[in-house]
Design a protein around this ligand. Sequence first.
Ligand code: NMX
Ligand code: MLT
Length: 436
Amino acid sequence: DKSIKAKLAKKIPEEREKFLGIKCLHGDKTIGRISVNSVIGGMRGLPLLFCETSSLDKNKGIFYRGMLLKDVCAKLPRVRKGTQEGTPEGCFYLLTTGQMPKKEEAEQVTSEWVKRGNVPRYCLRMIDSLDKRVHPMAQLCAACACLSAQSKFVEAYNKGAKRGVYWESIYEDSMNLCAMLPTVAAAIYNNVFKDGEGTREISEEQDWSGNYCRMLGLPDEAFIDLIRLYMILHADHESGNVSAHASHLVGSALSDPFLSFSASMCGLAGPLHGLANQEVLVWLTKLRKAIGDEPTDDELKKFIDDTLKGGQVVPGYGHAVLRDTDPRFILQNEFAMKHCKDDAGVKLVTRLWKIIPEVLKKLNKVANPYPNVDAHSGVLLQHYCLKELNYYTVLFGVSRAIGVLAQLIWSRALGAPIERPKSFSSSEICRFIKEA
Ligand code: NMX
Ligand code: MLT
């Protein structure tokens, strides 16, 4: 049996033992220091959370299961003839099992997601009933919450399932949700932007990304390859970012994966998080309107200065953890250089990569003046004719499901308890300081 479930059934008992060992032998050791700044400063940098699937090194970049993201992209098996990128399905295999899949293992996830992909009618009817003015991200949150009625975990829990087997139904829900997301996300797109046209049928001939692109009405092979890459790059990013942490927090109350993922998407919808990819395109569009496609360096610097003087952040730049150019930006830029280096938007984004950091460094407060993942994705999507900016974060969300659901399976497998940190009022903090 090459399925992820069979692999997990073998691996989970060993990992549980390791986890228990750490808890029993080292549970009272300290690995960080809580300062007043940690309490009032968004817990920035505090070593507080557990995450098996991925990790960040502020200088070296992003690792999926200990492997540099660029190596992950290079090594994931290509499962369709002629495709240049690996599949997000293979990436899900890697994140959940900790092993790079063989071609047939990645293919098995693809066929399972094809089989599990039918979205129940009541959910599609709910999406169809929404007004076009409801932002696509709000629609995604609503649709995923509504799918909670499908939850195998809720069914098992209500039948009195023991804690030790929670992961099995969490796994089933996670696989089903991943499988259904392209149809849900494409239905939202077609309703908001295409008057409800477009297919909702999943084809057995296509992989997950191929089906998604076909349902979006954009079946071009080069675009499908971009989406494969996009889905891999945006999937996982430790457990402390807003979307991953939201899903972990909600899941820790034993809310099912559909509700946990819906909460995750509520967080991704914020402009300081996933919505930044939409904001970048809005900003670039204003820039091109104001100073044209080929502005001088001085014109660009002035436009950036004006943004800052207006009290706004430069979208797509900066990061809470990374301290250099985001590897996901670099990998997208490499794709762009291979496929569309003469695109005006791509050229502009590549030029800004040199100019914006110089301006941000002068502010003397921005911890990371370099581009993050969101600085690049929009111009690539524009190039391949996915033009509707306020849909961009939905793509990010479909991808993020892969990482946060892999994390959720492991949280339940290892019996992570309900999350409940202690909070303090400002007068209590002042009392601590006096007494220290
Ligand atoms: N433009 C202008 N100012 C910035 C920027 C930026 N791109 N990034 C950080 N700063 C400011 C920040 O507002 C803060 O100012 P103040 O002290 O006046 O409040 C100061 O620099 C220090 O902030 P940092 O410690 O560098 O950043 P922090 O960890 O608080 O926030 C981000 C990280 C990503 C929220 C922040 O860099 C930002 O707002 N970037 C623009 C929005 C964006 O691209 N978000 C997407 C992140 C990736 N994602 O997909 O989620
Ligand atoms: C992410 O991919 O989640 C973003 O880069 C934000 C973060 O890590 O805080």
